[in-house]
Design a binder for this molecule. Structure first.
Ligand SMILES: [Fe+2]
Length: 328
């Protein structure tokens, strides 16, 4: 079970994960691959848990004013603002934008160019969830390649990101084909009002009374389906469901199990997670920024034990997970 726990301090950043890593304004971003093979373009990237989960979880850490360049994915990409304030922008000319604060979540659709900038005064950190085991990778906007090449970086098919200032391009190596401006301009655009439908703002959240875990909960705890097919804040259908638990000290969920893999991400507070497995039992306490992957069918309890209010995300590898089973 310890291998399924990733403390915030065990998340290892890569500074050269992507093609824009030398481009001023994007050069100081930390890229984290936490669960799944991810979408990194650098083979040296550390992945904490490689086991397939049906989705990939990563993170981006950026000092103030640092940007994550315009790109698109083949599956839905979710940003969960964990620390700081980010401006998310989208469209081929970054023509639309909105500011997200700690606790806000956005799900960006496929075939849409997006990027984000830390517009706060402190180091900012956001978690990402990308649908699918094999996500198909990253598609960069054409101008991202142009800017990268001005600073010596090219993307090669077998070698990934290549620094031509350090070594010439190997003989026979092929460059990844850059998308034409014409093709890129055919990608989808969304108005700010349309994207707002895909944003969960923490200030507007109202816990649901009939959420699947409500019947086995105790103390002061609220449940909310952030992304899913039924009664969710953001429409789902991307192969995973995302839920949120908010609880004061002593609020929790009784022993239950579920058929799907479930990843817990502690956004705020301290959460005690206990489990039972064939007569053996165990317990971890998740602190802010920690992540824990629960295997299918494992009986478990959750409890908020910190003095500050707790917020715990749950990502489950099904569009519409089956109801949990309750255990005595
Ligand atoms: Fe991305």
């Amino acid at each position: 079970m310890r291998e399924r726990l990733v403390k915030r301090s065990e998340m290892i950043p890569c500074r050269s994960a992507f093609i824009d890593t030398h481009t001023p304004g994007s050069h100081l971003k930390d890229n984290f691959s936490i669960i799944g093979p991810g979408v990194t373009e650098n083979a040296e990237q550390v992945v904490n848990i490689r086991e397939p989960h049906g989705f990939n979880i990563g993170a981006a850490g950026q000092p103030p004013r640092i940007k994550n360049s315009l790109h698109s994915h083949f599956t839905a990409e979710v940003f969960m603002i964990h620390e700081g304030t980010f401006e998310i922008y989208w469209g081929l000319d970054s023509e639309c934008r909105t500011v997200l604060s700690e606790g806000d979540v956005v799900s960006i659709p496929t075939r849409c160019f997006r990027g984000f900038e830390n517009v706060g005064e402190q180091y900012g950190f956001l978690f990402t969830v990308l649908g699918g085991d094999d996500t198909g990778g990253v598609e960069w906007a054409p101008k991202v390649f142009e800017a990268a090449e001005e600073h010596g970086l090219v993307l090669l098919e077998e070698h990934g990101v290549w620094d031509t200032h350090k070594a010439p391009i190997p003989e026979g190596a092929r460059r990844v084909k850059v998308m034409s401006q014409e093709e890129a301009s055919g990608y989808d655009t969304y108005t700010e009002a349309e994207m707002e439908q895909r944003i969960s703002r923490v200030a507007n959240l109202v816990p649901q009374t009939d959420a699947p875990l409500s019947s086995g909960s105790y103390g002061s705890i609220g449940h909310l389906r952030i992304i899913g097919l039924d009664e969710s804040v953001i429409p789902g259908g991307d192969g995973f469901e995302m839920n949120l638990m908010t609880a004061d000290q002593g609020g929790g969920v009784q022993m239950h199990s579920r058929k799907e893999k479930e990843v817990l991400i502690c956004d705020r507070g301290s959460w005690k997670i206990e489990w039972k497995d064939k007569g053996e039992s165990g317990c971890f306490v998740l602190e802010k920024g920690d992540l824990f992957s629960l295997p299918p069918d494992l009986p478990r309890t959750f409890e908020s034990i910190g003095v500050n209010p707790g917020r715990l995300y749950s990502v489950i590898n099904k569009d519409a997970p089956s109801s949990p089973s309750w255990h005595a």
